[in-house]
Ligand binder design. Structure first.
Ligand code: NI
Ligand code: MN
Length: 239
């Protein structure tokens, strides 16, 4: 299994059987390393409706005949853009043949701004995902502030890999993400949602070093870089 980082919050997960992409934002993303037409996936998962998470979702879903999974309001909105969708809601789990995904809370807003007619479409609650795939439990928190129920999530789920925002300004910054990693009991952490634009500039290596000092493994990926489950498991087994 392989995780491809395409910048911002966009993670592509590939196993031998199935592939999925979370929060595709490639067009207009100054750090994106691929074009939407190059993405080949079976599923598209969206954490919330902001354009830095969904911009390329309709195209990617349509060109791959992929199922798009998101909270119900956003799913309906995406179906109007031509995507095949599965709408779910917080606390629910959706099972496919090769993975299962649970939708969890995120402390953030969720809307799409239609600039042409100066209209903001509200799209349900913002969410995160816990995905069981390829023998690992992955958490993608979406855009979120720190919240204390992360402790509960950490107690109820053995999180192997957590993708957490560190950009600050729109989401948690590094301090809060560090606390989140501890509360979630994440064994391996990958920072996301930073260095895309000036307001969210952060030092990913510094964040990783701080986690390492507390015994939490992790890696800061550059856009275009990949991480294999083998590499993660080796890091976790090292003392
Ligand atoms: Ni957002
Ligand atoms: Mn965002």
């Amino acid at each position: 299994m392989k995780f491809n980082y395409h910048g911002h919050s966009c993670i592509e997960i590939q196993t031998d059987e199935v592939s999925l992409i979370i929060d595709p934002f490639l067009t207009n993303n100054p750090v994106a390393s691929v074009k939407p037409e190059e993405i080949k996936v079976d599923y598209v998962l969206l954490t919330h409706g902001h354009d830095d998470h969904i911009l390329d979702a309709p195209q990617i879903a349509k060109q791959n005949n992929a199922q798009l999974i998101s909270i119900v309001e956003l799913a309906t909105y995406m179906s109007w853009k031509g995507a095949q969708t599965v709408g779910m809601n917080l606390g629910g789990t959706y099972k496919t043949e090769h993975f299962q995904v649970k939708m969890i809370q995120a402390l953030h807003s969720s809307s799409y701004t239609e600039h042409d007619n100066q209209n903001i479409v509200y799209l349900g609650a913002a969410a995160g995902f816990i995905i069981k795939i390829g023998g690992l439990t992955i958490l993608h928190s979406g855009d979120t502030a720190l919240f204390s129920d992360m402790k509960m999530i950490g107690k109820r789920h053995q999180i192997d890999v957590a993708f957490l925002p560190i950009g600050d300004h729109f989401t948690m910054g590094p301090e809060d993400a560090f606390q989140a990693a501890k509360w979630l009991g994440a064994r391996y952490v990958v920072p996301i949602h930073y260095n895309t634009f000036p307001p969210i500039r952060q030092d990913g290596e510094l964040f990783i070093n701080r986690l390492a000092a507390k015994g939490i493994k992790g890696k800061a990926l550059n856009p275009g870089e990949s991480l294999s489950s083998k590499e993660i498991l080796e890091a976790l087994n090292k003392r």
